[in-house]
Ligand binder design. Structure first.
Ligand code: PMP
Length: 281
């Protein structure tokens, strides 16, 4: 299969240097973009977030966003990807290993590749379990950086407990999950943590909020506690390609009546029509 390496689309091979700062420090940023029927979904929004992440870590993107977008579309076409994801990252480049930024003549290293992946229709329809774990991450979770060790440890805990996700809490406050955003429904209102430095403002999250608005579902972008989550009528998570997944159990607590709730199903349905429309365009 093909990869993007800086500004070239080429056959996939290992070109990363051992002193790539992404490899040594996690010094870089990334995006994961869903592809449905050969079409990336919300590509502009993902590239917008990449630009923001770059700015927040003082990394100058080597290509214009327009060029990058065209290369990613070329990559998807070249790999004949129908269903799956684009992974892309930009590291601060390759230089002798010192913590401070390398000299200005060191260019960032951009890579992207695609991975075929089925839609998660079953889990979206049937729901899944989650576990709770303390959010031990840093204070800039709004930046999509390559530093994911706390997320890796949290997800591993989930998998070891036959759960799809680890829902994170900072003290009593639910923030998000290891690789998705968390929503709860209580008395007809949809709650999710505000988009501040404690969470990644998911592209799916933003779209779901917009869809809720269109569906006349009441939204509260406000914090809620672990106990409020456990006492919710419905809980769901959102992320690229995972879309909207009902959470029916958190640790040993059943959520609501233990089946996917009405609000969650409405949101999932609305999200599905969104990418079906995107394909038709
Ligand atoms: N939070 C975290 C920590 C994530 O890693 C992700 C992405 N997998 C999300 C939320 C969801 O973001 P998006 O909807 O943009 O995929």
């Amino acid at each position: 299969s093909k990869m993007l390496y800086n500004d070239k689309i080429m056959e996939r091979e290992n070109l990363i240097d051992i002193e790539d700062r992404g490899y040594q420090f996690g010094d870089g940023i990334y995006e994961v973009i869903g592809v449905y029927d050969g079409k990336p979904l919300m590509l502009d929004e993902h590239l917008g977030r990449l630009e923001r992440s770059a700015k927040e870590v003082q990394l100058t993107l080597p290509d214009s966003i327009g060029d990058l977008k065209n290369k990613l579309l070329e990559l998807v076409a070249g790999n004949e990807l129908a269903e799956g994801i684009i992974y892309m990252q930009v590291s601060r480049g390759t230089a002798a290993r010192w913590h401070e930024f390398p000299k200005a003549d060191v260019s960032p290293v951009t890579v992207a590749y695609t991975r075929a992946e089925d839609r998660m229709t079953d889990v979206e329809n049937e729901g899944a379990a989650a576990v709770l774990t303390e959010d031990i991450r840093w204070l800039r979770c709004d930046i999509k950086t390559l530093n994911l060790l706390p997320n890796v440890l949290a997800k591993q805990k989930a998998v070891e407990n036959n759960a799809i996700e680890a829902i994170l809490h900072r003290g009593e406050t639910i923030t998000e999950a290891s690789a998705s955003n968390v929503f709860m429904v209580k008395d007809g209102e949809i709650w999710t943590h505000p988009a501040n430095n404690f969470i990644l403002n998911g592209i799916t999250r933003r779209k779901v909020l917009q869809l809720c608005d269109e569906l006349n579902l009441k939204i509260k972008e406000a914090t809620f506690t672990v106990n409020e989550l456990l006492d919710a009528d419905e809980v769901f998570i959102t992320a690229t390609k995972l879309d909207v997944v009902p959470i029916l159990k958190v640790d040993n607590h059943m959520i609501g009546t233990g089946i996917p709730g009405e609000a969650t199903k409405k949101v999932l349905q609305a999200f599905r029509s969104l990418y079906q429309q995107n394909v038709k365009k």
